[in-house]
Design a protein around this ligand. Sequence first.
Ligand code: KE4
Length: 430
Amino acid sequence: MERNKSKQLFERALQLMPGGVNSPVRAFKSVGGEPVFMSRGAGSKLYDADGNEYIDYIGSWGPHLFGHNPDFIKTALLRALENGVSFGAPTELEVKMAELICDLVPSIEMVRMVNSGTEATMSAVRLARGYTGRDKFIKFEGCYHGHGDSFLIKAGSGALTFGVPTSPGVTAANAADTLIADYNNIESVQKLIDANKGEIAAIIVEPIAGNMGVIPGTDEFLSGLREICDQEGIVLIFDEVMSGFRVAQGGAQEVLGVTPDLTTFGKIIGGGLPVGAFGGKREIMQRISPEGDVYQAGTLSGNPLAMSAGIATLEHIKNNPDIYIQLEQKASYLEKGFESNMKALGLSLSMNRIGAMQCLFFTEEPVNNFADAIKSDCDKYGKYFREMLARGVYLAPAQFEALFVSTVHSKEDLDKTIAANRAALEIVYG
Ligand code: KE4
């Protein structure tokens, strides 16, 4: 594939933006080669600046449950545009968005719209601290909750990929209040509780981890977190920025059957525009300013364009609950195709999947926690990524991410991907 335009754009970008990108995971640093500059998305496809076509399994890192630029989102945006792009005043759109979120996710009694997943998670932890009057919180090694200072300690996603799970610039004072436990290991949580009695405000967890590759939380782990939080008066926060509306209408909490006190959202709820949200128990949410004393704000929070795209997305989800059956069928078909390729090649790489969130780990050991995940051979993943890209399949440019199937990936797309997977694995394990 010829990518001269991409190359030229990257050279210009490198002079003007750190790493030539506006988010590190886009930089291809861990998989080798240069990032491909994209110019158009349509359905399951992405088209780069040189006109090459790719079957897209990143979906803008999760938002595109219905593929790129579906008509119902485009129509909603064009209609909203006629009325103006931003007012800095409350609108009916925000009421509709809040009603939809509260309707689709039973644990949400009140919600606050923000502009990114990071804003949602940092606001939720601040709220938990204000509500409990406690300073510390527990996160899990390998989980990623955005780039807020207190989360960039043993974080996943790009922080893990680039080997800086604990970022420079995060002060020791800040880090001291962030306690780290092991994912899917309830004993590691109990130890921290016992050592910090009465000092912990919150436990924040990805109920289905998607930032160390995909690792579902076990029932023992998530139920154990619920029990500990009830006993200790700790706020349980489910970070569903990635899993929310991805694995079920009600998110991971519906699939896994554990109810948090607060939930954070992002990605899908914006329909591709910058939107995040946090919400949950009324008693807790009422502490948020201006009703309460825990400050949180945002110039473009509830922006009419973003709300219009989000409303169109959530209404489509509400009116078409069978999409999760379709997503399951497509994702399972892809998984089975990869499995039969590996069988034919005498490989048994580990694959985790919940609904349309999946990950092929380049390790033959089962992957149930962070220690398992980092046994993956990232060099092999990089080679696999480049071979798939050369065959027109666009995967996450990092082992510790998720592969997302959309409702518009066709059987032809999936079969092409399965064939590319076979060829790529043959080369990587040649
Ligand atoms: P944003 O601030 O990037 O909107 O959301 C942060 C975030 C919070 N919580 C979870 C569970 C997340 O997965 C994310 C963001 N995910 C990464 C992909 N692993 C975003 C991609 C990027 O950093 O460019």
